[in-house]
Design a protein around this ligand. Sequence first.
Ligand code: ATP
Length: 249
Amino acid sequence: MVEPVLTLSHLQKSFGALKATDDVSLTLIPGEIHALIGPNGAGKSTLIGQIAGKIAPDSGTITFRGRDVTQLSTAQRARLGLGRSFQISSLIPEFSARRNVMLALQARQGHPFRFLKPVQRDRGLIAGAQAILTRVGMAGRASVPSAELSHGERRLLEIAMALALEPACFLLDEPMAGMGTEGVGKLVSFLQDLKQQAPILLVEHDMDAVFALADRITVLVYGQIIASGSVEDIRHDPRVREAYLGDPA
Ligand SMILES: Nc1ncnc2c1ncn2[C@@H]1O[C@H](COP(=O)(O)OP(=O)(O)OP(=O)(O)O)[C@@H](O)[C@H]1O
């Protein structure tokens, strides 16, 4: 059997009386896109937060590349290659797209993220950042301050920054949000390519994109996994249709 890159075992997290994560176990294996879907409030972001190290689970374990990382900080996990999904809030608005990616490249090289060397003249960093922006289809927007990018372009920039860290898996939280049809189409083909580099745990509300991309789908409702399987399994699962797609038939 293929060794999973990431394994969640019996994770539990409550907020007061609310069980946001209720005995969740799942794996992410090399080469796959594993989509995590569920209605609003199902607990998807809470789960991603626990994997990234932003939220401490009440119990259960998170194993990454064979190592128990449950007690490690976000930064320690990132150093081991657990892909942070950068949030738009972590982009520096007045910096160009290229310079934001250069910051991520510097972070990868071990420099503290917030403290800048005079990077403008560092040809290696410039070329590296430009190559990554080309990969995500943003070469022509490299000089534009991130504040002036469209919402969809900012989401691509977040992915570019995650790429710069060369993680062993990607955690992507709603990368399609706010993108037009063309943007979603491009991102779908990009993620199909990206999964060969490192597997992707994908939280996404765009069901067409999920059905086009996912190798496996896990469905969360009220913090619990109600179904997990292939696209076809999930499409035809009556519990999923009822609980998630709102289709009693
Ligand atoms: N810090 C918190 N304190 C109290 N309750 C919280 C906290 N964070 C999340 N919750 C609750 O936990 C439940 C799961 O929320 P979560 O944001 O993980 O769901 P989600 O599936 O990501 O939803 P969405 O699709 O709307 O982003 C919700 O009922 C939410 O109100």
